[in-house]
Design a protein around this ligand. Sequence first.
Ligand SMILES: Cc1cc2nc3c(=O)[nH]c(=O)nc-3n(C[C@H](O)[C@H](O)[C@H](O)COP(=O)(O)OP(=O)(O)OC[C@H]3O[C@@H](n4cnc5c(N)ncnc54)[C@H](O)[C@@H]3O)c2cc1C
Length: 525
Amino acid sequence: MTSAAFLSRAGQKVLLIEKNKECGGLVSSFTRDGFHFDAGVRALEDAGIIFPMLKDLGINLEVIKSPVSLGIENEILHIENEDSLLKYRELLIKFFPESEGEIDEVLRIIRKVMKYMDVLYGIENPVFKDLKRDRAFLFNKLLPWLPKFIFTVGKINRMNMPVEEYLKTIVTNPALRDIIAQHFFKNTPAFFALSYFSLYLDYFYPRGGVCNLPEALKSKIIEYGGEIRTETKIIEVIVEKFLVRDQENITYKYDNLIWAADLKTLYKTAKTEGLSADIKSGFESVKDNMLKNRGGDSVFSLFAEVDEPPESFRKIANGHFFYTPSSLGLGETHREELTYLLSNFETIKKEDIVTWLDKFTRLNTYEISIPGLKDPELVPPGKTGIIISFLAEYDLFNKIQKAGWLDEFIAETENRVLRVLSDSVYPMLKDKVIACFSFTPLSIETRVGSSEGAITGWSFQKHMPVINKIQFADRSVVTPLPSIYQAGQWVYSPAGVPMSILTGKLAADRVLKRVTKVNKKNALK
Ligand SMILES: Cc1cc2nc3c(=O)[nH]c(=O)nc-3n(C[C@H](O)[C@H](O)[C@H](O)COP(=O)(O)OP(=O)(O)OC[C@H]3O[C@@H](n4cnc5c(N)ncnc54)[C@H](O)[C@@H]3O)c2cc1C
């Protein structure tokens, strides 16, 4: 959508093709029984990208701050500013008094990372600035910032190891390590994970729901003359002929294509007949690399309609809440124990999986979002909609579906999650839930066509199939295929909404540069 908005603004003939009824992908919302729910991301982080993009496009999006709370068992902390780190320290020490020195060391590193983040996001992202015209920005902000940026990038790249490994070098108690890191994706680079304290302070919420961000972009695309075609799924890219084909066998001709969806799908569906041997071999080698990698962790989300006013929830925590009901930590539950279950799935009894689920739901960390606490208009009077989610393994749901008891497993999961939370932080969930339903990793795969139901692109590996260094982000949008660019969460790691937007703009810039070059060449003929 970012690419389409900027290209149509530049006067290009743009067609945005989307397989679903609505645009926005993982930035989407829906309403059920008068309750508003966000289906994907729960709130947004500017990261020096979203607001500059909106400003550049002249979009006035009404937003509300989305404060975060963190909780362990019956201790809850509301993050208000950088000083909240001291409260976080106290919180951790309450549960792990013998680890005070190690906690101080972790906090020292988090503070250091926060300083790096201040540099990284210290200025509006220059990609959204017109550097030829905005000389004040260029000379007063960008140039003085660059040396600090380069210095910081060096420091960040040195913190690329998985957060679990990184914490092992500082913290001896595995439970403490889990409590700090278990709600991050497996093997999240240490810098990215430890930067979350800064990101918690950055969260905002579009009034009316996160869907209002794609809605605003959609209006801009149409205003600038772009065309949007929904319920159209691309099933083939015929590279030599500059054509894409949809599920109805309709083809669309392009001069330039920006693929902003799952990359395994692009590499599987692209037909390279007729291309030169060089291009084909470049394509095959990238394809190989893509197909042997996996999407990162997925998520299980429970949506509940509760007959209790938002105020009762507000007394407990903010509308965006990371809550761990047990200070014991997940340990090997989501690693070795889960791997064992998956590798021996055919011989393991259903009861064993449910026993594992019991433990997993008791020890996990939940991301809880209450839209009505961010915008009171989003719930029926006196009632509350609550979204409870946790990171979930796609393979488990896939195997259970194939074994024919997915609905049962979902119901078992819902019951346990509601029980764990009503026995701990939200007693009203015991008997005030009017209705509840869930999305699994399989729903995400089906809905947005995301490999392994991944919600932020690739799983973290030592060798990533895409660019993972910020200084090379510009190259992330290039593919080995002529006139085809790529954007979105699959083209850079680590990704999320801001990076998807940034790569969308970078891809649009590449296309415009190419179009200008071709036009100049034609003018000379
Ligand atoms: C529960 C949850 C929490 C999250 N929390 C955060 C967070 O705190 N911070 C953060 O930054 N990010 C977060 N994310 C991740 C973030 O939402 C995504 O990384 C981002 O929205 C990805 O955007 P995208 O446009 O690259 O991809 P997508 O949103 O996947 O969009 C791809 C689009 O392409 C369409 N499509 C796919 N295949 C085809 C095809 N063949 N033909 C036509 N159309 C097709 C899809 O329908 C979809 O609309 C979260 C996600 C979830 C689900």
